[in-house]
Design a protein. Structure first.
Length: 335
C-alpha cells in the first residue's frame, strides 16, 4: 500500500489493476518460499493471472491508450535470444515472469508492464475472463503440444483449475471424448459442468487399475493424456493409460525425481512431453472468449477485495472452490 506509483518506461504501460486470480504457485511461494530452483530471498509481490486498465503509456507505445482494458501476459523476454527468434520465448532463460523470484507480480493497485505483453480486451470480455486467460493459456499450450485434434480421445488427470481448462480447450480443439480423474467428487462435478464427457473418482486404485477404468469408460485407450497433478502415481497411470503411439503431456509439477514405468512407455512408443507455461496464446484465448466459443466463468467460485487478500489465500490453500479471484480496484464496479 505504501509503494510509490511506478512510472512506465518508453515501451511500458502503467495499469490500474482490476482482477487477479490466485494460482497454486502463489500459495506455494507464500507457504514454502520456493518452487524448485526459484527461491524467495526478498519480499515479493505475488500474482500473475491478471487484467487491468491502462492509465498511462510510455512514449514508444502506439497500440494502447489510457482507458483501454487489457489482459496481462506475465512472461516477458528480456532479450531477443534464440528461443525468441524461433517463437518459443517461454523457454528464454532470462525471461521476466510475474511473481517468480526475484520478479514482483501484479497483485497490487498499480503495476507497470511491457506494453507488447498487454492485450486489449474486447468490450464483451470481462476483466475476470481477462485474468483467466493465464490459466487458460496453459490449457491451450498443453493441448497444442499434445496434438489434440478432431476426434481425439483424451484423458485429463486432475480436475483442479488447470485440469479444467485443459478439458475446455481439448473439447474446443475437437476432442470427441474427454475423461477426467480426481479424488474430489465436487471437482469432478465441475469438470462435467465445463464439458467433460466422463469422470472417474479415484480412491485406492493402483495406477494400472486407474488406466483400466479410463479405457473402460472411453471404450478404448486414449491417444492423449494430459497429466495435471504432478503426483507420481498419476504420472504412472498416465503412461499405462495412453494408447501405444500416443502422447502424454506432463503439466503438473511435483517432486524433481519420480519413478515411472519408462520402459512401458518406450516399447509402446508413447511420447512424453513437458510444457513450460505457454507462448503465443493470448490472441487465441481472446478470440475464443470474444466469440463465446468457450465459457470460463464457472471457474471463478470465490471473490475477495484486495484488502482481504489473506482470507483469499487461506481459501485457496484449503482447496475450497476452484478459482479465487481478487478485485484490486475498489472504485471500479464493472464485471
Amino acid at each position: 500500500e505504501n509503494r510509490p506509483i511506478p512510472e512506465p518506461g518508453p515501451n511500458e504501460v502503467l495499469l490500474r489493476m482490476h482482477s487477479v486470480g490466485i494460482c497454486g504457485s502463489d500459495v506455494h511461494y507464500w507457504q514454502h518460499g520456493r518452487i524448485g530452483d526459484f527461491v524467495v530471498k526478498h519480499p515479493m509481490v505475488l500474482g500473475h493471472e491478471a487484467s487491468g486498465t491502462v492509465v498511462k503509456v510510455g512514449s514508444g507505445v502506439t497500440h494502447l491508450k489510457p482507458g483501454d482494458r487489457v489482459a496481462i501476459e506475465p512472461g516477458v523476454p528480456r532479450e531477443a535470444d534464440e528461443f525468441c527468434k524461433t517463437g518459443r520465448y517461454n523457454l528464454s532463460p532470462t525471461i521476466f515472469f510475474c511473481a517468480t523470484p526475484p520478479d514482483d507480480g501484479n497483485l497490487c493497485r498499480y503495476y507497470k508492464h511491457s506494453a507488447s505483453y498487454c492485450y486489449k480486451l474486447p468490450d464483451n470480455v470481462t476483466f475476470e475472463e481477462g485474468a483467466l486467460i493465464e490459466p487458460l493459456s496453459v490449457g491451450i499450450h498443453a493441448c497444442k503440444r499434445a496434438g489434440v485434434t478432431l476426434g481425439s480421445k483424451v484423458f485429463v488427470s486432475g480436475s483442479g483449475p488447470i485440469g479444467l481448462v485443459n478439458v475446455i480447450i481439448a473439447k474446443m480443439m475437437g476432442a470427441a471424448a474427454v475423461v477426467v480423474t480426481d479424488i474430489s467428487a465436487s471437482r469432478l462435478q465441475k469438470a462435467k459442468e465445463v464439458g467433460a464427457d466422463f469422470t472417474i473418482e479415484v480412491k485406492n486404485e493402483t495406477p494400472q487399475e486407474v488406466a483400466s477404468k479410463v479405457e473402460s469408460v472411453l471404450g478404448c485407450m486414449p491417444e492423449i493424456t494430459v497429466e495435471c497433478t504432478g503426483v507420481q502415481a498419476c504420472i504412472q497411470a498416465g503412461i499405462y493409460a495412453t494408447r501405444s503411439g500416443g502422447t502424454l503431456v506432463l503439466v503438473g509439477l511435483g517432486p524433481e525425481m519420480v519413478t515411472v514405468p519408462i520402459v512401458n512407455a518406450a516399447v509402446r512408443e508413447v511420447d512424453i512431453r513437458g510444457i513450460f507455461r505457454y507462448c503465443n496464446t493470448w490472441p487465441v484465448a481472446i478470440a475464443l472468449l470474444a466469440s463465446k466459443r468457450i465459457n470460463v466463468k464457472p471457474l471463478v467460485t470465490h471473490r475477495f477485495p484486495l484488502e482481504k487478500a489473506l482470507e483469499a489465500f487461506e481459501t485457496t490453500k484449503r482447496g475450497e472452490g476452484v478459482k479465487v479471484m481478487l478485485k484490486c480496484d475498489p472504485n471500479d464496479q464493472s464485471p
